[in-house]
Write a protein that binds this ligand. Structure first.
Ligand code: ADP
Length: 308
């Protein structure tokens, strides 16, 4: 079953053009939607999850029309939003059982089996009787996955799941996601390049409501081979460097500034070739896809410096 998104556009009442004729074809498996904050990811995810209407365009999930057959879509949809409230005084086991009833699993014995299987799959079995209010961020996210997996969804939407998780929780969470997605469409929306590197067989990069590229991560990285160059400079030399070269990102390393430049051949003295990675792919496309390079460079630098 494929998800076909065709020319989806959305302008909010305040005039923000959040999606501009977005077209994507998403096969079964883990699909990464990568873009900076404000790119339009959540708008697209909420639209796919039938929670808001686009102004134009169409979406099909297999034979279902997502925009008109909302009830049918909801029956086969798992949605893990960026933030979700839990009832702090209830245990994971009782709340999951409650959601299972809402999902239509009314027969007691089969519901017990489903709830147990999901709590084990998400590694929450040992803490199933604890109140959700005492759960860590990572445990809450895994509980969200258990809820989203109720009823074996054909379409699973996971919006910015690892923001705010500590490194160990993040690994545990990504491992859990990697087990999904063999038969269903799983869309992972994120601004964290590593999430996509580690999990996704296909991806798209979105910025300012536009899809900049749709690709297989490994191929996209391959296509940059021999085109990424690095140089260590003083911070004061950065402005000149940006004037003369296609600087895609800068990073601080032990007080010096490490600059990555995109060029078909050696850009000049002092540069060394580096193996490209998905982060280079991301920054090359973001840079190319934005009319105001100056603004982009600044925002990219901010993004990269924060992460480094
Ligand atoms: P992302 O998930 O990639 O951070 P969003 O889809 O949340 O992006 O936002 C895309 C753009 O739309 C941003 O400029 C954001 O401020 C704006 N936006 C999002 N939701 C609303 C809303 N309900 N009303 C007005 N503007 C919104």
């Amino acid at each position: 079953m494929e998800l076909q998104i065709r020319n989806i556009s959305k302008t909010y009442a305040n005039g923000v053009h959040a999606l501009k004729a977005v077209t994507l074809t998403i096969p079964p498996g883990m699909y990464g939607l990568l873009g900076p904050n404000g790119a339009g990811k959540s708008t697209l995810m909420r639209t796919l999850a039938t929670l808001q209407e686009p102004d134009a365009g169409s979406i099909r999930l297999g034979s279902l029309d997502v925009l008109t057959q909302k009830d049918e879509v909801r029956r086969t949809l798992g949605y893990l939003p960026q933030e979700f409230g839990v009832y702090p005084k209830v245990s994971a086991e009782s709340l999951l059982d409650h959601f299972a009833v809402l999902k239509g699993i009314t027969e007691r014995r089969s519901r017990k089996e489903v709830v147990e299987a999901l709590l084990r799959q998400t590694n929450l079995w040992d803490v199933r009787r604890q109140k959700l209010g005492g759960y860590s961020g990572g445990m809450r996210q895994r509980f969200g996955v258990a809820v989203a997996l109720l009823g074996n969804p054909k379409l699973m939407i996971v919006d910015e799941p690892t923001a705010g998780l500590d490194p160990a929780e993040r690994v545990r969470f990504l491992n859990l996601l990697s087990e999904l997605g063999e038969n269903s469409v799983v869309i992972l929306s994120t601004h964290i390049v590593e999430d996509v590197t580690e999990l996704c067989t296909r991806m798209a990069i979105i910025n300012r409501g536009e899809i900049l590229v749709e690709a297989e991560p490994l191929r996209a990285v391959e296509a940059l081979k021999g085109k990424i160059w690095r140089r260590v400079i003083d911070r004061s030399a950065l402005a000149d460097m940006e004037r003369e070269h296609a600087v895609i990102s800068t990073k601080l390393l032990a007080g010096r500034t490490v600059v990555n430049v995109h060029a078909d051949s050696l850009p000049g003295a002092g540069f060394e070739p580096v193996e490209p990675d998905l982060e280079d792919v991301y920054f090359v496309h973001l840079r190319a896809g934005t009319p105001s390079t100056r603004v982009t460079d600044q925002s990219l630098r901010a993004g990269r410096d924060v992460r480094s």
